[in-house]
Design a binder for this molecule. Structure first.
Ligand SMILES: C[S@@+](CC[C@H](N)C(=O)[O-])C[C@H]1O[C@@H](n2cnc3c(N)ncnc32)[C@H](O)[C@@H]1O
Length: 224
C-alpha cells in the first residue's frame, strides 16, 4: 500500500474531508503504524499469552519453542529497511502466533501474499479473526497482499514457496532450529530468511549478515 493510499484510508475511517488530507504531515511509517494499531487494537499481547498458556497447559505441551511473544511493529519495520526486498513474492511468519507480524508485513511491503503458520489452534483462530476484522474495515480495497493463516507445524508443512521468511526464533529449541535449517536449504535462490537472536545452522549457499533492531538481533540469510 503506498503512502497516499494509507492516508486516504485513515482519513476515510476518520470521516475527514480531502482538504484535511493534504495538511496531514504524518510520515509514511507513522501512517502505517496507526493503521496497524487500528486493525490490531483489540488483540493484545497479554490475551495472546493467556490463550497460548491455557492451550499448552490443557495439552501438556512443555516445549520452550511454544513460548509466546510478539515482534514489535518498529522492529519488523527495521527488518524491511535493512533488507528492502523486491516487489512481489511470498512472505511467511513461521510460528505466527495471533498473526500480527503477518498483518504488519502486509502493510509494509507489496508482497503477493503473506502467510502465517501457527501450531496452537487458539492462536490460529485469533489470527483468522484478525484477518476478518481487516476485511470488515475495508482495507483490502487498497491493494494489500492476500493473507493466509495456516494451522499446523512448520516442521511438517511445506513453506519452500516462500521468498521472504521470518521466524521469531528466540525461544525455539535446538531441534526446531535444526529442522528449520534443513528445510531452508530448499528455498529459492535470492530468498531471505530472517531469524531473531538465534541463527540457522551455517551452510553453504547463504550470505549472512546481522542487524540490530532496537534490542533485537536479527540475522539475515540470503540464498545465493
Ligand atoms: C515468539 S512467538 C512469535 C509470534 C509471531 N511470529 C510474532 O513475532 O509476533 C513464537 C510462535 O511460534 C509458535 N510455534 C512454535 N513452534 C512451532 C511449530 N513447530 N510450528 C508452528 N508454530 C510454532 C508458537 O506457538 C508461538 O506462537
Amino acid at each position: 500500500m503506498d503512502h497516499a493510499r494509507i492516508l486516504n484510508f485513515l482519513n476515510s475511517l476518520q470521516n475527514q474531508d480531502s482538504t484535511q488530507q493534504s495538511d496531514n504531515t504524518q510520515s509514511s511509517q507513522e501512517s502505517l503504524k496507526s493503521l496497524y494499531e487500528k486493525i490490531t487494537k483489540e488483540y493484545s499481547l497479554q490475551r495472546a499469552r493467556t490463550l497460548s498458556r491455557e492451550e499448552r497447559l490443557a495439552n501438556h505441551l512443555t516445549s520452550n519453542s511454544l513460548s509466546y511473544g510478539e515482534i514489535e511493529f518498529k522492529s519488523l519495520s527495521m527488518v524491511f529497511q535493512c533488507v528492502s526486498p523486491k516487489k512481489g513474492g511470498v512472505f511467511y511468519d513461521l510460528g505466527s502466533g495471533i498473526g500480527k507480524g503477518v498483518i504488519a508485513a502486509s502493510l509494509m511491503h507489496q508482497f503477493d501474499i503473506c502467510k502465517g503458520i501457527e501450531c496452537l489452534h487458539s492462536l490460529h483462530e485469533q489470527a483468522c479473526n484478525l484477518k476478518q476484522e481487516m476485511e470488515q474495515i475495508g482495507v483490502y480495497e487498497y491493494q494489500l497482499p492476500k493473507i493466509e493463516f495456516i494451522n499446523g507445524d512448520v516442521r511438517e508443512l511445506d513453506w519452500t514457496d516462500g521468498t521472504f521468511l521470518f521466524a521469531s526464533t528466540t525461544c525455539f529449541d535446538p531441534d526446531l532450529m535444526k529442522q528449520l535449517s534443513k528445510k531452508a536449504a530448499d528455498l529459492k535462490e535470492g530468498s531471505y530468511f530472517i531469524t531473531v537472536t538465534k541463527t540457522l545452522d551455517p551452510q553453504t549457499g547463504w550470505d549472512l549478515c546481522n542487524c540490530h533492531g532496537g534490542w533485537l538481533r536479527f540475522t539475515f540469510n540470503k540464498r545465493k
